[in-house]
Design a protein around this ligand. Structure first.
Ligand code: HEC
Ligand code: HEC
Length: 458
């Protein structure tokens, strides 16, 4: 195998999984398998098990201190303050389950020969978040700075930092899980044996905002482009492609059936501030009139149309939808991952997501390019560059426009450190465009206010 590709696959090691996507048709026998999934077994597996051998030695967690600056508390004498500093630097959150003193997303993993127990990242590095001081499994991580996390842990482990051949994240909170999966799968043959050279497929996926897992239970198709059947369990295992053999994938499949059942059991946290009920009722009528045809209805008789909206209608940044090349889709579909559930061969656009718990999942759109709900509904006022929040505390939250407080940035100061630059989203970058979804533009200010009040109730 080409050395650079081996470096990526080793480093990302376990790297990411799931991005390939789906679409309505093609339900198969895996339905029956799924029905047997047990959410509680899935919860336990997801929060206690490492599915990959360690990428770094256990001490790397403390040794990273050298990369965190001189003010960083000493992990030996002040482990809690060190944990908080580590979490803040890389955008991780306290684990809401026992995790051996590690943040959510990092876990103990069985070691390779010389180190009996080491560390690895897991699904929750991207799929675990917090808001208002509370951590949630399944809330997309809006603070994650994945690239330095992987590089600094490698250096602390005594290795050269991995070379990524694509941007893992240009800003905090987005991540290029899609390209990681593409890179890893193109290192395999369809039977999952390793190739000597990567298959060149021309796929090019941009960095993305991680979707909330609690939406999955309503969906018939998943991923932003809606090209993968939502019940496809194997697609959720792509993250493990760095290391596992086909036999290991097969052995783990029943566990992932349980994990999928657990993901479907999750619900969003309710809006934590007062809601003006009369105003929300007015907003519901605006929603029914303007939004339900794509986003469904909520409350006791909820419906979800599972619409994949063509690019020429939605007009949001097309890079993610177009990023999966035909050649890659064919490779995926021919592989073990596509054996039961195929990725749709046609690119259409983006799936209109369910809006449950939308108050908690800013910034918005598949690429996190719009900071508040108000701006989702008012496309002309969207900032070209804006800051990400410095924490997920409610002091950073905007309950009026709903989302994270931000500052619009005119020009990025060149003297900012790389870390400071990553606080800024630049919508002129590949895949991060904030155009499109203009369905709220013609509303009056009063209608938009009422609609936002209603969205808080979902
Ligand atoms: C590096 C970050 C990252 C990691 C690690 C990761 N994911 Fe994801 N996940 C994403 C992103 C980003 C998406 C959206 C991808 C898209 O639609 O193109 C996603 C999408 C998904 C979806 C589809 C959600 C939907 O409603 O469409 C599921 C299910 C999922 N991931 C499960 C997992 C599981 C299980 C793991 C661990 C084995 C995992 N992911 C690891 C970032 C990650
Ligand atoms: C023609 C179909 C359609 C209509 C009508 C529509 N939307 Fe959407 N909406 C979408 C699609 C598709 C996306 C995903 C676009 C993307 O991520 O690029 C989306 C995304 C969103 C998001 C972002 C969700 C997130 O988690 O990032 C919100 C909020 C939203 N819509 C609210 C509304 C509201 C409120 C209305 C009514 C004024 C509305 N939409 C009308 C199709 C529609």
């Amino acid at each position: 195998m080409d050395k650079r590709w081996r470096a990526i696959s080793g480093i990302l090691g376990l790297a990411l999984a799931s991005m390939l996507v789906l679409a309505g048709p093609g339900f198969t026998a895996s339905f029956q398998v799924l029905d047997q999934g047990d959410p509680e077994r899935g919860r336990i597996a997801l929060t206690t098990q490492s599915f990959l051998p360690a990428a770094w030695k256990r001490e790397a967690f403390e040794l990273v201190r050298e990369r965190l600056g001189p003010e960083t508390p000493d992990p030996a004498t002040n482990p809690n303050a060190y944990l908080a500093a580590f979490q803040d630097r890389y955008g991780l959150h306290p684990a809401p389950y026992p995790n051996n003193g590690l943040p959510m997303g990092l876990r103990l993993a069985p070691g390779k020969k010389d180190a009996p127990t080491g560390l690895h990242i897991d699904c929750l590095v991207c799929h675990g978040g917090s808001i208002g001081g509370q951590s949630y499994v399944g809330l997309g991580n809006t603070r994650l700075d994945l690239d330095p996390l992987l590089k600094d842990l490698a250096v602390a482990n005594g290795e050269r930092p991995p070379v990524a051949l694509f941007t893992l994240n240009s800003t905090r909170g987005t991540n290029n899980a899609g390209m990681i999966d593409v890179a890893l799968l193109t290192l395999r043959n369809p039977d999952l044996s390793f190739r000597t050279f990567p298959l060149l497929t021309g796929a090019n996926i941009p960095e993305l905002d991680t979707p909330a897992w609690w939406l999955l239970k309503k969906k018939q198709s998943k991923y932003y482009d809606g090209r993968t059947p939502a019940h496809a369990v194997r697609s959720n295992m792509q993250f493990l492609l760095g290391d596992l053999t086909r036999a290991q994938f097969e052995a783990l499949e029943p566990t992932f059936v349980d994990i999928d059942a657990y993901l479907r059991s999750l619900s969003p946290p309710p809006y934590p501030f007062p809601i003006n009920k009369a105003l929300a009722r007015t907003g519901e009528a605006v929603f029914t009139e303007n939004c339900s045809r794509c986003h469904g209805t909520y409350g006791s008789a909820s419906t979800y149309p599972n619409k994949i909206v063509p690019l020429d209608v939605i007009k949001t940044d097309p890079a993610r939808a177009k990023g999966l090349s035909d050649k890659f889709v064919a490779h995926y579909n021919a592989s073990w991952f596509g054996e039961l559930d195929k990725v749709d061969e046609t690119c259409q656009g983006y799936q209109a997501p369910p809006l449950d718990g939308v108050w908690a999942t800013a910034p918005y759109l598949h690429n996190g390019s719009v900071p508040t709900l108000e701006l989702v509904l008012n496309s002309k006022a969207r900032p070209k560059k804006f800051t990400r929040p410095s924490s997920t505390e409610f002091t950073q939250y905007d309950p009026v426009n709903v989302g994270w407080q931000f500052e619009a940035v005119e020009t990025v100061d060149r003297t900012l450190s790389p870390r400071e630059k990553k606080q800024i989203v630049d919508t002129s970058r590949f895949g991060l465009g904030s155009q499109g979804h203009t369905f709220g533009d013609s509303l009056s200010d009063a209608e938009r206010r009422a609609l936002i009040e209603y969205l808080k109730t979902l």
